[in-house]
Ligand binder design. Structure first.
Ligand code: SF4
Length: 257
């Protein structure tokens, strides 16, 4: 499912409540440094032939301001201003400027709301992105594997991404400001077993979490249709088993089944 607008919602989110989406990426196309086998936006190759046209910062300012005037006039509630959409938001060429814009709009229209970013964390390798992400209330950073091999099978890091070592060192540098998001599942991809719940993955994943010392971990299950069809959705009971193993390491966890 691809977003067809720059400003989306507010929609009810399992994790964020009433969430006003800011999609900085091209409309109807996906653009990402990963190509996750569970991505709700589909495979990257389905967008490769499309022309990449971004909204400008001025256009985004106008659209956001118009929408917020409407919402406040209607008395609608907004709990979170959320950077998310058709791919990886931090690939937008003016991402740091957009963090400042959204914070300014939040302060003006919904000062009680939080600013949230859903990101795969690959672009933390750029200092300007790292510093911009630090300004957000809820920086939600993806970590789906315990080993480099499984990250590649699950997330399919591409040339725009970063190495496994860079990813881990940047998450560790983010430390207790980080909210780590992990989608747990198992299955097969192209006939190869893929799982982040087997001990060979989950134990090293726990070791990484202990080094990161995140604010908390979001564990969640598959929710919508995935491009790779042979993936199994975990039950809430199963998620809770893994959540308990994380809590036993002294790390807070929230579960979204
Ligand atoms: S990081 Fe997000 S947008 Fe990118 S491929 Fe993975 S799920 Fe899709």
């Amino acid at each position: 499912m691809l977003f067809e607008n720059t400003i989306v919602g507010p929609i009810h989110s399992r994790r964020l409540g009433s969430s006003l989406g800011v999609n900085l990426l091209p409309l109807k196309h996906k653009y990402c440094s990963y190509d996750c086998i569970y991505c709700e936006c589909g495979w990257n190759r389905e967008s490769e032939q499309q022309e990449m046209v971004y909204a400008t910062p001025d256009e985004i300012r106008t659209l956001l301001d118009q929408r917020l005037r409407q919402l406040t006039a209607e008395g609608a509630s907004v709990d979170s201003f959320t950077f998310a959409g058709n791919g990886e938001p931090t690939l937008y060429p003016h991402f740091p400027e957009m963090v400042d814009l959204v914070s300014e709009m939040r302060d003006r229209y919904y000062p009680q709301a939080v600013t949230t970013l859903l990101t795969n964390a690959t672009q933390l390798k750029h200092k300007a992105i790292f510093d911009a992400v630090l300004k957000l209330d809820n920086p939600v950073l993806k970590l789906d594997a315990g080993t480099e091999r499984m990250r590649q099978l699950i997330n399919r890091n591409n040339d725009m991404g970063c190495s496994w070592d860079e990813l881990l060192s940047n998450l560790i540098a983010f430390g207790n400001k980080a909210i780590i998001q992990t989608l747990l599942f198992d299955g097969t991809s192209d006939g190869i077993p893929v799982s982040n719940i087997i001990d060979e993955e989950f134990i090293p994943y726990l070791q990484h979490l202990k080094k990161i010392t995140p604010k908390y971990v979001m564990l969640y299950a598959l929710d919508r249709a995935t491009p790779e069809k042979n993936l199994r959705k975990l039950s809430v009971e199963e998620l809770n088993v893994y959540a308990e193993r994380i809590r036993n390491e002294g790390i807070e966890v929230k579960v979204y089944g």
